[in-house]
Design a protein around this ligand. Structure first.
Ligand SMILES: [Zn+2]
Length: 106
């Protein structure tokens, strides 16, 4: 089994709503890498019954064409945490125990 090619793990992506050009209903949200041609890698359909229509980029209500609107650019970081990041931070002071303080004072 081959792992799907996902491209860069982190970078700028475009996110927006897929809305109908005719009735302006937003039926899904889409997200994909910021590129000359927008190819969504994630599409969230609001109503599961509309999945097929959204796949064909047409409106489930009036069969108008869906269009990406209200786009925003977001930075996505999909890198897995490195061992260094998973390790507890160095330099964190150990928990103080009152009895140790007393022993040090005497
Ligand atoms: Zn429509």
């Amino acid at each position: 089994m081959h792992a799907p090619t996902t491209g860069p793990l982190s970078g700028w992506e475009v996110r927006g709503d897929l809305a109908c050009l005719l009735c302006s209903r937003a039926v899904a949200s889409a997200q994909g890498p910021r590129d000359r041609k927008f190819v969504p890698t994630q599409v969230k359909v609001r109503n599961p019954e509309h999945t097929q229509a959204v796949r064909e980029m047409r409106c489930p209500y009036c069969t108008g064409r869906l269009w990406l609107q209200d786009t925003e650019e977001i930075y996505v970081d999909r890198r897995p945490l490195t061992a260094e990041e998973l390790r507890p931070r160095r330099g964190r002071p150990p928990k103080k125990r009152p009895e140790q303080d007393l022993a040090a004072a005497s």
